[in-house]
Design a protein around this ligand. Structure first.
Ligand code: ZN
Length: 236
């Protein structure tokens, strides 16, 4: 899950104004959110030309946060849908969230479109990671026994798998000198799935640098450039 730095109320909004504490209706926050975070789902990371404004704490749980900028992220309709995050109860401290934590740390991305919890986490970290993954259904794919009734319309795993395959092909082209780091990052930015690109190109720091540069909201200081751009813990 791609970590992002959200702007705060009072910060420049990327156009000619400032971020407000609240947006009424909440849809009026869309353009500022997109300038801040790009056209990507905050959870599955797919490129989405029309992302939904996602209430991190659902409105049904806390009406006071309905219009609050700090409670918004962007999400695709699948992650935000009733079969996934929807209006489920959220305790922020029990989750890893992309605007608060370095969400590259608790999860690993694998060939085949799978997302798993990283080995070596403490039991408490593992619980948080597990809660997060189940809340948005990031581990939903056909054949996962946790979900015997996989919704065939949930293709997020398949899009991730394809992103992985494309990234591997781009890696071959990069290694044979036929593609620049910048061209790869620009291509990735049109497709989404930052975490897949980051994983596949992990050994190639010039590409990682370009990826961090081109994906809105993802910052160089989330990474240790002296340690292969490994993710640095944040907010926890
Ligand atoms: Zn999504």
């Amino acid at each position: 899950m791609r970590p992002v730095e959200k702007w705060n109320a009072g910060d420049p909004d990327g156009a000619s104004g400032q971020i407000s504490h609240s947006y009424i209706p909440h849809g009026s926050a869309a353009s500022a959110l997109i300038r801040n975070l790009g056209y990507f789902c905050s959870y599955c990371e797919v490129f989405d030309s029309n992302p939904q404004i996602e209430h991190v704490v659902p409105v049904i749980q806390d009406r006071s946060k309905q219009y609050e900028w700090s409670n918004f992220l962007l999400a695709c309709s699948r992650c935000n849908g009733a079969d996934n995050k929807g209006s489920k109860q959220v305790v922020v401290e029990e989750l890893y969230l992309p605007h608060l934590n370095n969400t590259l740390l608790p999860f690993v991305y694998l060939e085949g479109g799978k997302v798993q919890i990283r080995e070596g986490l403490s039991p408490e970290q593992r619980r948080r990671a597990e809660k997060t993954i189940k809340l948005v259904g990031l581990d939903k794919y056909p054949g996962n026994s946790d979900y015997p009734l996989h919704n065939p319309r949930d293709k997020r795993w398949e899009h991730r798998r394809k992103a992985w395959e494309v990234a591997k092909r781009k890696l071959s082209a990069y290694l044979s000198g036929n593609l620049s780091a910048q061209a790869i990052a620009e291509f990735a930015h049109q497709k989404g799935f930052f975490s897949v690109w980051y994983t596949v190109f992990r050994a190639h720091q010039a590409v990682i640098r370009e990826l961090i540069d081109v994906f809105e909201g993802t910052k160089a200081h989330f990474f240790d450039e002296n340690d292969g751009y490994s993710p640095i813990p944040r907010g926890d």
